[in-house]
Design a protein around this ligand. Structure first.
Ligand code: FAD
Ligand code: NAP
Length: 539
């Protein structure tokens, strides 16, 4: 593996991050004849799939969809082993893409960008890294990820703990062997729900510390049938085009035609039963048009899943603790699992309901709640991320003699289209707050963003423009629109990372744009066709 370690001091564009966003941005911007370099904190490509090596990690959007569409030869040649492929296979794919498109020569690994300061007199960003690089660049492309800053909660006593501890988003490269160990998992989000069944197979005893019960559906994962894949690939291009016209960037699920109230109880039961276990959270949420906007409709779907939990978990006291009751189904990321609820039928697994017995402290030996001390050889924090804004605000981004991005976003992030933020010229954000990103197939969202940024930079180059920034009024209108759309749904009611509720003190702002990737794509195309309405450009 070669590493672009020579330090260039002047570039057209710096890209922060070499996950799926940074890799594609590098590929596309090279095509414009720009000098570009990506800086990546990890030692390899893949982003999420480089860091999340925890047992059980896999995608929840089917692999034939959760993959790049920009190159037909790439999508034809790549063979996914499973419907929802596991982390090692997704990381293998990321490495294959890096090799196939010769990306590594312009990626500097093991390098964290610490600051980026824009000068309005030179129209250049000065970017500094933790390895002492100082780079001047016309454009700064933030591909730093919106689930890339792991969060270990401030639980007192952690420094005194004598056992091993891990965060799912910073998993060691060498597999961890939990055989014979007493393991505790804190959290029951998507990461935990994937990890728990696998670790339970190994550990002597697994204790799951749950603060909020979550909804999960059986993924129905299975090896991909070669005949199915052959047929699928024959119409891959049409399939991708169809995906582009859907809210989630995922094709193959007929959009709902009925409201829940228009169906009889028997019809609804049939609809949910047909979707249970067939895989994909989209299929389930697509049962009726109003599932994510109407409380009553949602409650019926939520109840269906609660019944399934009661049927699956033998100990009814444990089942009751596992019943989600603080949010509407789908308003937090709807998890997919492989035997999550079944795991609680194992003799070596126990559940601690932190609502009944909150954590008091981590001790030398383990973890103490208000009711008991749990001796643990290892603790796994599946406690999530400072999502959407964390990685961006971790970098000191500012304009010379102006406020920092941290100052500007102190009350919550504001962007135009999720792509630019007023007052910070020549800064482009991929999957930023105010974009559909996390509410869609993220690779589809990434490709759409990068293509739009590519076209903008082509326009800037051709027109001799030195500075491009969002007009503050247009940004304000976009923020209002994002809020209006969100407030017409049930999403903002949940205490999710979509509103920053998982980080104490983070302003409560609903961050994703939930009108759908299809509608968003039309808006972005329209902005471009209008000569970039809402952007201020200076020569
Ligand atoms: P990332 O993959 O997060 O990459 C960002 C990169 O930037 C990282 O490698 C990071 O090290 C680097 N970086 C950040 N800050 C700096 C800095 N200051 N200096 C240098 N480098 C920096 N989405 C889906 O659509 N479907 C799924 O099934 C799915 N599964 C997921 C599973 C997990 C466990 C997680 C955590 C997320 C999942 N997601 C999924 C969301 C996932 O993050 C995106 O699909 C996608 O991989 C994001 O790519 P990215 O390049 O935008 O960001
Ligand atoms: P998450 O959804 O934020 O879940 C974190 C869990 O930790 C929650 O159960 C949370 O409880 C708990 N927690 C946090 N702080 C705690 C504390 N101090 N004490 C006790 N419990 C605490 O994080 P995640 O599971 O890593 O997932 C993040 C996102 O990544 C997902 O929503 C999804 O978008 C993506 N992801 C996808 C997949 C996939 O299936 N492909 C897998 C993993 C991740 P509360 O709910 O009470 O806050």
């Amino acid at each position: 593996m070669t590493d672009a370690s020579t330090r260039t001091s002047r570039l057209d564009a710096v890209i922060v991050g070499a996950g799926f966003a940074g890799m594609y941005a590098l590929h596309k911007l090279r095509g414009l004849g720009l000098s570009v370099r990506a800086f990546e904190a990890g030692s390899g490509v893949g982003g999420t799939w480089y860091w999340n090596r925890y047992p059980g990690a896999r995608c929840d959007v089917e692999s034939l969809e959760y993959s790049y569409s920009f190159s037909d030869p790439l999508q034809q040649e790549w063979e996914w082993p499973e419907r929802f492929s596991a982390q090692p296979d997704i990381l293998k794919y990321a490495n294959h893409v890096a090799d196939r498109f010769d990306l590594r020569r312009d990626i500097q690994f093991n390098t964290r960008v610490k600051s980026a300061v824009f000068s309005r007199s030179s129209n250049l960003w000065t970017v500094q890294t933790d390895r002492g690089d100082v780079i001047e660049a016309r454009f700064c492309i933030m591909a730093s990820g919106n689930l890339s800053l792991p969060r270990v909660p401030d639980i007192q006593g952690i420094e005194s703990y004598k056992g091993e501890w891990y965060h799912t988003g910073q998993w060691p490269k060498t597999p961890v062997d939990f055989t014979g160990k007493r393991v505790g998992v804190i959290g029951t989000g998507s990461s935990a729900i994937q990890l728990i069944p696998v670790v339970a197979e190994q550990a002597k005893h697994l204790t799951v510390f749950q603060r909020t019960a979550n909804f999960s559906l059986p993924s129905g994962n299975e090896p991909l049938d070669p005949a199915f894949v052959r047929a699928f690939k024959q119409r891959y291009t049409e399939h991708r085009a169809e995906a582009d016209r859907t809210p989630f960037g995922i094709a193959g699920h007929p959009p709902p035609t009925k409201f829940s109230r228009e169906a009889t109880p028997q019809e609804r039961e049939q609809a949910y039963t047909a979707r249970w276990g067939t895989g994909g959270n989209i299929a389930f949420l697509y049962a009726y048009k109003d599932l994510l906007v109407d409380k009553e409709a949602n409650e019926i779907a939520s109840d269906f899943v609660r019944r399934k939990i009661r049927e699956t978990v033998k100990n009814q006291a444990v089942a009751e603790d596992l019943l989600p009751n603080d949010h509407y189904i789908g308003t937090k990321r709807l998890c997919l699992d492989l035997g999550y609820y079944e795991t609680f039928n194992r003799d070596n697994v126990s559940l601690v309901n932190l609502r009944k017995a909150p954590i008091e402290t981590i001790t030398e030996r383990g973890l103490r709640t208000t009711q008991a001390e749990h001796a643990l050889d290892a603790i796994i924090f599946a406690t999530g991320y400072d999502a959407m804004t964390g990685a961006l605000l971790d970098i000191d981004i500012r304009v010379e003699n102006g406020p920092s991005l941290r100052d500007k976003w102190a009350a919550g992030p504001t962007t135009y289209l999720g792509l630019l933020t007023a007052g910070f010229p020549n800064l482009l954000i991929i999957t930023g707050p105010g974009s559909p990103s996390v509410k869609s197939n993220m690779i589809a969202a990434i490709e759409q963003h990068v293509d739009w940024i590519h076209d903008l930079l082509a326009h800037v180059k051709a027109s001799g423009i030195a500075r491009v920034e969002a007009d503050p009024q247009s940004e304000q209108s976009w923020v209002s629109h994002v809020n209006d759309v969100a407030n017409s749904t049930l999403y903002p009611l949940a205490n999710s990372w979509y509103v920053g509720a998982n980080i104490p003190g983070k302003p409560r702002v609903f961050m994703p744009y939930v009108a759908g990737l299809d509608k968003y794509r039309v808006i972005c195309n329209d902005v471009a066709a209008s000569g970039y309405r809402g952007l201020v450009m200076e020569r």
